[in-house]
Design a protein around this ligand. Structure first.
Ligand code: FAD
Length: 466
């Protein structure tokens, strides 16, 4: 069209969805700006999500290896290792600063203009950012998500914290109660357990990790219990009261029954996240939502309004950084007139605990429901030579295939290296691989990855090492 706009593309939000969309749009020759209300770029993921949580998971794992006897087992004697929590937080902050600064550098390099301030629509091509008004031909909503509150529980970020508070506790709690047995609760619960806290996870349904493969959920529950984490499953939290630096958590069976209380000095609310649409003034542009309050989009990430798009946590689908990033690339390509596609059936999910838990594609239950006849191959790390050598034998690989076509429908891995290993199966699935394709691919020895090959061998035949 002939109308003049300030920008070809305005992206709202600079998380993994938004910053990637902005960089790709600029790479494609579009004049691009990105509005962000936070002081730094990178969104939830870099500032208070993926990155600081992984920094604490890594550091706390080193602490536990040093103090828990794991290093000593290998003849590395460290007498009197102690925790310097301030240093741990400082190293985490350094990683966050380097990475958020890296996005700022990439914006400059690609000539993406960073508009600082909160954005609100004025109409379908005009957005107020702070005290300026900018117009754009195409606008991408990438405002992400924030913590879902729990009725009756007030977050004070001191005793009762959300994930952001739990990433910055100034001392190790004696007893941390985690409300919610999902990814975030288990990761942050693991951090503080390793550093010395007693950790109790309260979960409403009868297993942790909703959405994961049933067998994987049960095995993960057993492993976390073995590590000393306590679980109250099929249990609901009805309220939390705080008195000074202590909290009393009221719980009762999810199905109803006698109420009891837990005494804690820290409570983490981790029951989920909700799309960020408050204050965006979507009505002014006429953008429609789904019945779950996400911005409604089609296969191309287009909303119901011409020229307005949405990606990442604010749109439907898994709330994961790599999903947001891939959508960021695809939406920019669509805006530029190319064909940007994300295959939402093949998005890996990873829990970065020890061991890690990863899956891609369908769970066994979902595969049965969707395809009917399936075949499953499994291989335990207790029979993998490298895992045995490293004294790292918890977990297994499970490959699920269509019984008729042998096409791989999903894979699940519990292993110290699961998050890295799952990429192999995701790629195989993108290429339409059968279990036989994986089974006949040569894998280096001795590696944990051989367990994937052997699980695949077990789909239609037999693995060698069990
Ligand atoms: P966000 O990252 O939420 O970014 C949106 C940005 O938009 C924010 O910076 C916000 O300030 C800005 N914004 C919102 N409204 C406006 C407005 N009106 N004007 C201007 N700016 C606005 N995912 C993984 O894949 N792996 C992990 O290991 C992982 N770990 C996590 C750990 C924790 C503790 C948490 C909380 C999340 C984790 N996630 C992880 C999820 C991941 O962080 C999100 O899926 C991802 O950040 C979503 O990206 P996004 O770009 O959609 O939104």
């Amino acid at each position: 069209d002939q109308q003049q706009y300030d920008y070809d593309v305005l992206v709202i939000g600079a998380g993994p969805g938004g910053y990637v969309a902005a960089i790709r749009a600029a790479q494609l020759g579009l004049k691009t700006a990105c509005a962000e209300s936070r002081e730094t770029l990178g969104g939830t993921c870099l500032n208070v999500g993926c990155i600081p949580s992984k920094a604490l998971l890594h550091a706390s794992e080193l602490f536990e290896e040093a103090t828990g006897g794991h290093l000593a087992k290998f003849g590395v004697d460290i007498q009197g290792a102690t925790l310097n929590l301030d240093q741990m937080h400082a190293e985490k902050a350094k990683a966050v600063k380097e990475l958020t600064g890296g996005i700022e550098f990439l914006f400059k390099k690609n000539k993406v203009t960073w508009l600082k301030g909160r954005a609100a629509f004025q109409n379908d091509h005009s957005v107020q950012v702070g005290d300026q008004t900018v117009t754009a031909r195409d606008i991408v909503i990438a405002t992400g998500s924030s913590v879902t509150p729990l009725t009756g529980v007030e977050i004070d970020q001191k005793v009762v914290v959300d994930s952001t508070g739990a990433l910055a506790l100034p001392k190790v709690p004696e007893h941390l109660v985690v409300i919610g047995g999902g990814v975030i609760g288990l990761e942050l619960g693991s951090v503080w357990r390793r550093l010395g806290a007693k950790v109790t996870v309260v979960e409403y349904v009868d297993q942790i990790l909703p959405g994961f493969d049933g067998e994987v959920r049960r095995e993960a529950g057993k492993l976390f219990k073995k590590q000393g984490m306590e679980f109250l499953l099929s249990t609901k939290v009805t309220g939390v009261t705080v008195d000074g630096d202590r909290a009393t958590v009221s719980v009762e069976p999810a199905a109803g029954g006698e109420a009891t209380t837990l005494d804690a000095d820290a409570v983490l609310v981790a029951i989920g996240r909700k799309p960020n649409i408050d204050g965006l003034n979507l009505d002014a542009a006429g953008v429609k939502l789904t019945d779950r309050g996400q911005v409604a989009i089609d296969h191309d990430f287009a909303t119901n309004v011409d020229g307005i798009w949405a990606i990442g946590d604010v749109a439907p689908g898994l709330m994961l950084a790599h999903k947001a990033e891939d959508e960021g690339i695809a939406v920019a390509e669509n805006i530029a007139g190319q064909t940007g596609i994300v295959n939402h059936d093949i998005i890996p999910s990873v829990v970065y605990t020890t061991p890690e838990i990863a899956g891609v594609g369908l769970s066994e239950e979902a595969a049965k429901e969707k395809v009917g006849e399936i075949k499953v191959g499994k291989f335990p790390f207790a029979a993998n030579s490298r895992a045995k050598t490293n004294r790292d034998t918890d977990g297994f690989v499970k490959v699920i295939a269509d019984a008729k076509t042998d096409r791989v429908l999903g894979a699940w891995i519990i292993s110290s290296l699961a998050g890295t290993m799952i990429a192999q199966v995701a790629q195989a699935m993108e290429f339409g691989a059968t279990s036989e394709d994986i089974a006949y691919t040569c894998h280096a020895h001795p590696t944990h990855s051989e367990a994937i090959k052997e699980a695949a061998m077990g789909v239609t035949g037999k693995p060698i090492h069990v």
